[in-house]
Design a protein around this ligand. Sequence first.
Ligand code: SOE
Length: 392
Amino acid sequence: MLPGELERGVCVIGTGFIGPVHVEALRRAGLFVRGVLGSSAARSNAAAAQLRVPMAYQSLEEVLADPLVFAVHVTTPNRHHFSAVEQLLAAGKHVMCEKPLAMNSTETAKLVELATKADVAAGVAYNVRYYPLCVEAKTRIANGELGLIAHLHGSYVQDWLLKPTDFNWRVTAEEGGPLRAVADIGTHWLDLVQYITGQKVEAVQGMLKTIHPVRRRPAGPVETFSGKIATKTSEANSALIDVAVDTEDCGSVMLKFSGGAIGSLWVSQATAGRKNCIRFEIGGTGGAVAWNSETPNELWLGARDKANEVLLKDPALLSSRASSLCSYPGGHNEGYPDTFKQLFADFYGAIRNGTYKTAPAFPTFADGHWELKICDAILKSHQRQGWETISS
Ligand code: SOE
């Protein structure tokens, strides 16, 4: 008998890059992680041993049938999201699914319908909302400190897919969906700025580019952000296989928002030196605000009639909601892993309080579905080189 083998808890499906991030954050949020399920028995066993969880599930069926699993996190490749979530909802499990919620808005519409019918919590891991200073920006805009929000721009850029020998399941539409950079990281930015401004995207005009129409992949599976592909030896090169790429490496999206603001998003997974950089700058009639995930504990506040300010994350200086997302005092930085801890604290707090249907503070399946509607519109606007509107 392993410690915890009879304890009620959470299962994490997916043992690549983000699955262990979820396991760690769940534990820091006070949840018991009962088990993991990988893409094979060997991966389940290895991950369970490495993460010190009692259950190494051998199949989704085993997870579904375990009465001691009350919630499941889905961190598999995108193409598996719909099938897994559909079955988990039917089994009455609470579900936290990684983004994008599914491969397209048809799938996400169905998941919203199923989640609405099921009496469970259903969330999407748009963790960037949980940086305290992003919430502070939201609060100050809601309080009118920036006046009427008129324009905003920003970017989400990385470099882990810069080289033609950088490979990941995301680069083919069959595995990851028809949009890659936009759906994978662009939706983080789109969810974030709509959350901060309170304005929904109404229309888009996208322009997408595939830098490497062919990538060279190794024979076996490749983990996100791995970058461990040996391409320095002829032997390594001979082990590489050419793969046709039908998704975008980068793109630009012009945006119209419901409150009258306009804006633009730049997204790229091929910007050398930008490892995981999210930026926004929001302009109102009374001020401006800017934030950069490379310095997440700083918020820039722009002013016309006085000196600009840089607010350092200090719960004593923040609004109540932003302060509630701080675990440490000023000068003790909070970052990427902390956002997952705070997201899961919200999610499981709502489960504990029974408010996951009436007042969910976490990103819901409806939010995830909305992001896929925007993605579908961006793809269509790129294909026909014209504006596409998005109906609520
Ligand atoms: C890869 O682009 C990735 O892991 C995304 O899938 C995550 O959502 C993002 O947080 C980091 O980069």
